[in-house]
Design a protein around this ligand. Structure first.
Ligand code: ADP
Ligand code: MG
Ligand code: ZN
Length: 478
């Protein structure tokens, strides 16, 4: 078995969350009755004239700026000619030699190592409709509702060398477009989808190997698995003395394998030419300046800030910034309580509750627990009003109900007992009731301290302040 290096480049399609479609006034909406959200432009009727959507261009420029691209203030829409039933005009309106954005990069981190991934280009294009192949009926339908949805296609350099790097890159891009608010991020509905180009080459070689393209992989997990499978498949081929064929393959998530869809030899020559219906898009300096100022703090920068703010490692901070809403939630709570402790409650019990209930981690606005209540919980533990053990035990209830932790603790009689005299009488009782253990302890078996603590905790239903208990026990037993 030879030693190979994998080479991966991704083409990511991002649906822009504009109000209307890219070249007409139809609403840009998902999930309506087939063919109810279309017009002459969507249906590609002869003579219908496309008019570029300013908001879509605005959003695409934001993506370009956030990925460190050079923005071409004059770019050109081109016709990409091909036939498919979901494309009645016979061409997609895309960009070819003059895309909106070029020569960008983003930085990713894998296993603590930071790495720069180049972005070749970002161009705008309209989405096609959808073919629906009916089961049983032996017919296919065409739904044009999606036709005209604005997309940006983000093409990376072949700079990634493992499935983990590809996923890290994809997650970074996802974070960027959702933080910008230009994409709703709904991967199940196809708002963010990816084609992965994969090749392998002998380790140390500079020359790129023959690539295959894995089409429309629709979740981070499937991207990971599809690329891993494809790398292994290509290695087996080369090890057996066979060659990789340049082709498009489809990933089957159920079987966890890829299968050939079409070979590149059949690939179309798209005969690109500038769309004569659309003037070159020019962006003024004033717009550029205005849009540049709109770029918010992006996930990576925010992650670094959270690491300092709350004394967190990269992996922990990354969990907090995985969605802007979750990061906002953390930050709001962290303004009212110890940031490190707030972070630990979110990363631990809070996300566990979300998982247990299949509640969206990225949508804290749907949770009953508010940032203030989480901060309150941290603060009452800090003040000693309740033990951290009990705080953990009641977390599920607090998350579920959204009630004030302080009220809850008081109402349920869970307030921590820190009053020395009250604990002292309990300590005395436990010592009196366990003479053998007391003797053993005094004889040197000091590990028995935890036995006494346990007894006292049981007697006080876990409410005794463990610090006070320990102190009193040590004093009385010595
Ligand atoms: P196409 O549109 O035909 O797929 P592109 O030139 O747009 O071709 O390239 C698509 C992607 O394939 C890019 O992300 C690029 O980095 C990647 N790529 C090109 N060659 C290779 C290769 N040999 N191995 C892996 N990825 C590659
Ligand atoms: Mg491609
Ligand atoms: Zn339309």
């Amino acid at each position: 078995m030879g030693s190979y290096e994998a080479v991966i480049g991704l083409e990511v399609h991002v649906q822009l969350a504009t109000a209307s479609k890219l070249f007409c006034c139809c609403p840009n909406k998902f999930g309506q009755k087939p063919n109810t959200n279309i017009c002459e432009v969507c249906a590609g009727l002869p003579g219908a004239l496309p008019v570029p959507n300013r908001q879509a261009i605005h959003y695409a420029v934001l993506v370009g700026l956030a990925t460190n691209c050079a923005i071409n203030q004059s770019s050109v829409f081109a016709r990409k000619n091909y036939f498919y039933p979901d494309l009645p005009s016979g061409y997609q309106i895309s960009q070819f030699d003059l895309p909106l954005c070029e020569h960008g990069h983003i930085d990713i981190a894998v296993n603590g190592l930071s790495k720069r991934i180049g972005i070749t280009r970002i161009h705008m294009e309209n989405d096609a409709g959808k073919n629906i192949h009916s089961q049983g009926e032996n017919v296919s339908y065409v739904d044009l509702n999606r036709a005209g949805t604005p997309l940006v296609e983000i093409v990376s350099e072949p700079d990634m060398h493992s499935a983990a790097e590809a996923v890290a890159y994809l997650k970074s891009l996802y974070g960027i477009v959702t933080y910008l608010g230009v994409c709703d991020g709904n991967m199940e509905e196809g708002s963010f989808r990816c084609d992965a180009n994969v090749s392998i080459r002998p380790a140390g070689s500079e020359k790129l190997g023959t690539r295959t393209e894995l089409k429309n992989v629709n979740s981070f997990r499937n991207v990971q698995r599809a690329i891993e499978y494809e790398i292994a498949r290509q290695q087996d081929l080369l090890d057996d003395g066979e060659a990789v064929v340049q082709e498009t393959r489809l990933y089957d998530a159920d079987k966890n394998c890829t299968a050939s869809m079409r070979s590149k030899e059949e690939a179309h020559d798209y005969r690109y030419f500038p769309d004569p219906d659309i003037l070159p898009v020019t962006i003024s300096d004033a717009d550029m300046e205005k849009w540049r100022a709109e770029i918010p703090e992006l996930p990576r920068r925010r992650m670094e800030r959270f690491m300092k703010l709350a004394g967190l490692g990269e992996a922990e901070a990354e969990i907090l910034v995985q969605s802007k809403a979750l990061a906002d939630f953390f930050e709001e709570a962290a303004q009212k309580a110890n940031p490190h402790k707030v972070a630990n409650y979110i990363i631990g019990p809070l996300l566990r509750e979300c998982n247990a209930r299949s509640v969206a981690i990225g949508a804290p606005s749907t949770w009953k627990m508010r940032p203030e209540s989480l901060a309150e919980l941290v603060n009452i533990v800090d003040k000693g009003l309740v033990s951290s053990k009990i705080a953990n035990d009641i977390f599920a209830d607090l998350f579920e109900s959204g009630v004030s932790p302080e009220h809850y603790v008081k109402e349920k009689g869970l307030v921590q007992i820190s009053d020395t005299s009250q604990i002292e009488s309990c300590v005395d009782e436990v010592i009196a009731a366990n003479p053998n253990e007391v003797e053993a302890y005094r004889g040197g078996k000091t590990k028995l301290i935890s036995f006494f603590v346990g007894q006292i905790m049981r007697a006080t239903k876990g409410k005794a302040n463990p610090g006070v208990v320990n102190e009193l026990l040590k004093k009385k037993l010595s």
